[in-house]
Ligand binder design. Structure first.
Ligand SMILES: [Zn+2]
Length: 221
């Protein structure tokens, strides 16, 4: 994809510049070695420190997805995050957790929201989760699953909408994303997908204002 290519070119350019600059400085003085050490830590390939079990959303419970279902990255330094993608599990919360732990599944999202509003995080936002069925969109998005079935509107409870809205509001604040339908999309809107979730019963006219309200409340807190 054109966008993807531009993005990687930019990153290669930035890295080459850092290496080039550091190499040019080496040998000119002893001070240059200190500069090289500093530059090294600023390089995009050096990952941020991580703690086992750490979550990106306070209150979420950590359950690790199988490493076969995501790819290690260092977002937003290596890939910009510009979207939240809304999914529906087409099954129970427990079965979604189970398949995301299964290395044979080949897919998983960052978060799963349960009907009662509980949130489990399975992949760090730093990393690329395989949830959208589109590499470019995976690299640039955070994926949120919701327990339920697309053809059962009663699955989408008040508690689920509220919890999901708080989560999405935090993500939008973290990566400076406008709260709108361009930056918060359904899996069905991802180019090339054959998935239909979150389906016609997901109430966007209710959800987006809830995210806006949550973001305003969080900004004041
Ligand atoms: Zn989906």
């Amino acid at each position: 994809m054109g966008e993807r290519k531009k993005d990687s070119d930019r990153r290669v350019g930035r890295r080459a510049l850092l290496i080039g600059g550091a190499a040019a400085a080496v040998g000119t003085s002893v001070l240059a070695r200190d500069e090289l050490a500093r530059l090294w830590w600023r390089m995009p390939s050096v990952e941020k420190p991580r703690k086992a079990g750490e979550v990106d959303f306070r209150g979420a419970r950590w359950v690790a997805a199988s490493s076969a279902n995501w790819r290690r990255a260092d977002r937003p330094d290596d890939y910009d995050i510009d979207r939240v993608i809304i999914h529906v599990t087409q099954g129970s919360f427990d079965s979604a957790v189970k398949v995301f732990q299964d290395p044979g599944h080949g897919a998983a999202a960052h978060y799963i929201v349960r009907k009662d509003g509980h949130i489990t995080q399975m992949i760090r936002e730093l990393d690329v989760a395989y949830h959208a069925g589109n590499r470019d969109f995976n690299e640039r998005s955070v994926g949120i699953e919701h327990e339920g079935f697309v053809d059962r509107p009663k699955d989408f409870t008040d508690a689920m909408y509220a919890a999901s809205a708080r989560l999405t509001a935090r993500i939008c604040a973290r990566y400076d994303l406008p709260v709108d339908r361009e930056h918060i999309i359904g899996h069905v809107e991802v180019p090339g997908t054959d998935h239909t979730d979150p389906g016609p019963h997901w109430d966007w006219d209710r959800y987006i204002p809830l995210v806006r309200k949550a973001r305003t409340a969080q900004a004041k807190a």
